[in-house]
Design a protein around this ligand. Structure first.
Ligand SMILES: Nc1ncnc2c1ncn2[C@@H]1O[C@H](COP(=O)(O)OP(=O)(O)O)[C@@H](O)[C@H]1O
Ligand SMILES: [Mg+2]
Length: 304
């Protein structure tokens, strides 16, 4: 089994008796880009704030780098970079000067400023006052700041929130290279699955404080049911034959649709239809889009 970077057990936070985070068992392995997904209000930020020791859990445990949070908080945070909510800057100062202020606190070499500016592709803008930066540039500067201390773990809370498609693309490209180029494990939250699809190696989906899915995106896809669609010459009587064989489905606009129908059932149905003089024009397996699956997971209680 690969080395765990973050592991929580029964992590819970209640506010005035209301569960904001409800018994989370998170598992984030070394080298993962872990997409922490859920609609607004699901408990992502609350979870992240607990991981960073900014708020105390009501119950449950957190281990990061195999150390206990909050007991070993300072030792853990020395190796964690984070971006939670919009970072605040000195607007009249340049990117370099803003980073310099943080660098002094962290006591890392001056050369690190240029390295992190290079990583987030802000080198050519580094001397401009930050107040003229776009939101996307500000977010990248926030990531640069998070990288200053050469962390092993990067925790980003909705870094693409409010960005336009090109800004989202830039952040995604940046995050994608963190594990293999810099050996950094990433936890990144979002309320949009589409943003995660192209970069996350693993996703955790949280809904009303509960983790309803935690695995690879490929396995999320596999768990969904498909639809088998048949286009035939006489849909209504074909549907009778299908029902007679025990298949349940619907006929709409001349297309017969059977959720979750497996190959053996398809073969059986097609054979029977042909025997009864039906023409079969098309047999198609319709996969649900990942977005459909996500909506299904967060829209319903329980598993996919
Ligand atoms: N400080 C707080 N006091 C009371 N309720 C809170 C507080 N912070 C968050 N909550 C509630 O906890 C739930 C989860 O919020 P949050 O973690 O911010 O969700 P997300 O980041 O997924 O949008 C929400 O219902 C929110 O209203
Ligand atoms: Mg949030």
């Amino acid at each position: 089994m690969s080395e765990m970077i973050i592991q929580t057990k029964g992590l819970t936070k209640t506010y005035r008796g209301r569960m904001a985070v409800d018994h989370l068992d998170l598992e984030i392995a070394k080298g993962d880009i872990y997409g922490f997904l859920g609609p607004n209000g699901a408990g992502k930020t609350t979870t992240i704030r607990m991981l960073l020791g900014l708020i105390q859990p009501t119950s449950g445990s957190i281990r990061i780098f195999n150390r206990d949070m909050p007991k070993d908080k300072l030792e853990i945070l020395r190796h964690v970079g984070s971006l939670v909510e919009s970072p605040s800057y000195y607007g009249h100062l340049s990117a370099i000067d803003n980073l310099e202020a943080i660098r002094r606190i962290l006591q890392v070499p001056k050369s690190r400023i240029h390295e992190v500016l290079e990583i987030v592709s802000l080198t050519s803008e580094a001397r401009r006052p930050v107040k003229g930066f776009s939101l996307g540039m500000k977010q990248r500067l926030g990531i640069a700041a998070a990288l200053l201390g050469s962390p092993d773990l990067l925790i980003l809370d909705e870094p693409t929130n409010g960005l336009d498609p090109s800004g989202i693309h830039e952040i995604r490209e940046l995050i994608k290279h963190m594990p293999e180029q810099y050996g950094i494990t990433v936890l990144v939250s979002s309320h949009l699955l589409g943003e995660m699809e192209l970069m996350a190696s693993k996703v955790g989906i949280i809904r009303e404080g509960q983790l309803v899915f935690q695995d690879t995106i490929d396995n999320l896809r596999l768990r969904s049911t498909h639809n088998m669609e048949l286009v035939v010459s006489e849909p209504d009587s074909a549907m009778w034959i299908a029902r007679d064989l025990g298949a349940s489905g619907t006929a709409e606009n001349g297309i017969l649709s059977f959720p979750g129908m497996v190959d053996a059932q398809v073969a059986h149905l097609v054979k029977r239809l042909v025997e009864n003089g039906h023409d079969i024009y098309r047999v198609e397996q319709k996969k649900k889009s990942l977005e459909d699956i996500f909506m299904q997971v967060i829209g319903e209680r329980g598993q996919v």
